[in-house]
Design a protein around this ligand. Structure first.
Ligand code: GTP
Ligand code: MG
Length: 286
């Protein structure tokens, strides 16, 4: 049996979580078009013939602004301890620049193999992909470089094979039927947050957090925290339309996760400065 841990590093929004989901063959981490979606470390498990590959999804590298972002960057800084390899994710759709070089300096100094993944190559012309690959190849002494689309699945099997090749003899760290290290409550909270991210804009997504209060056989109750009364009005929407839509979108996925129907009860609550509340952040797993 071969097993091991591979951390996933990169700037915000390059597609790290989408990539982890693609490699694991199912949803482990929530995804959105807003940067700073991932707030905590999440292990996703890919089991195969004679191996268990654990992908460690991390928040994107950032300059901390408040206690929440400080905690997120702390998670990133400690996310590379005891991993067997690191994936450095780049977006083929953007210029490979100072932010990527900053992440690269960090991961190439770790002393473990670095696999560069040039993500989002779907619908790009070959010449552009080739020139981005050439720029990427100058970032450091990489083990392999894979152009992929985490969205369409293009190149994912080859990448998985590459990563499995880096594993050494070891035990299964997770039971075969477990796809992530998040508790069910956390997974439900994340699914609700994902839908809230889809339905909000600008600064609001960063001001939203979700906590599951009760997860029973028939009912799931969750609180959506925002920081101000005006944010609450936006998330609730006219006549409750937005919070209702969050529930409508989240419920099927929650039911699939739990394996049975649930009544999903969502409440929006103002919690001033929750991003500075260490006890709450701890409870939210951030
Ligand atoms: N076209 C295209 N879009 C992608 C691909 N992979 C991810 N995306 C999109 O890129 C956006 C960011 O994806 P995430 O997986 O949340 O990115 P992330 O790096 O985990 O972001 P943070 O958690 O915020 O650091 C989403 O809108 C995804 O749908 C891809 O291969 N092709
Ligand atoms: Mg993410």
């Amino acid at each position: 049996m071969k097993s091991g841990f591979v951390a996933v590093a990169g700037r915000p929004n390059v597609g790290k979580s989408t990539l982890v989901n693609a490699l694991c063959g199912g949803k482990v981490a929530i995804v959105s078009d807003k940067p700073h979606t991932t707030r905590r470390r999440i292990s996703g498990v890919a089991n195969g013939d004679g191996y268990q590959l654990v992908l460690v999804d991390l928040p994107g590298f950032q300059r901390p602004l408040d206690p929440m972002t400080e905690r997120m960057q702390h998670t990133v800084d400690h996310g590379f301890e005891d991993v067997d390899a690191v994936i450095l994710v780049l977006s083929a759709r953007e210029r490979i620049g100072a932010g990527d070089k900053f992440v690269a300096r960090r991961v190439f100094s770790l002393g473990v193999p670095v696999v560069i993944v040039l993500n989002k190559v779907d619908n790009l012309v070959g010449g552009h992909i080739a020139s981005q690959m050439q720029t990427a190849s100058k970032l450091g002494d990489f083990h392999a470089l894979h152009p992929v689309s985490a969205k369409t699945g293009d190149g994912i099997d080859a990448l998985r094979d590459e990563l499995v090749g880096l594993l050494s003899e070891g035990p299964a760290y997770f039971p075969l039927d477990q796809r992530s290290d998040l508790s069910l409550e956390m997974q439900v909270a994340e699914l609700v947050r994902e839908k809230a991210l889809q339905l909000t804009r600008e600064e609001l997504p960063h001001a939203v957090s979700v906590e599951v209060e009760e997860l029973g056989k028939k009912v799931a109750r969750a609180l959506i925290y925002v920081e101000t009364e005006s944010q609450k009005q936006i998330v609730v929407g006219k006549g409750g339309s937005i919070v209702k839509e969050i529930g409508t979108r989240a419920r099927p996925e929650i039911e699939q996760l739990l394996g049975h129907p649930v009544f999903l009860e969502l409440k929006v609550k103002v919690k001033p400065k929750w991003r500075r509340d260490d006890r709450l952040l701890e409870r939210l797993g951030i």
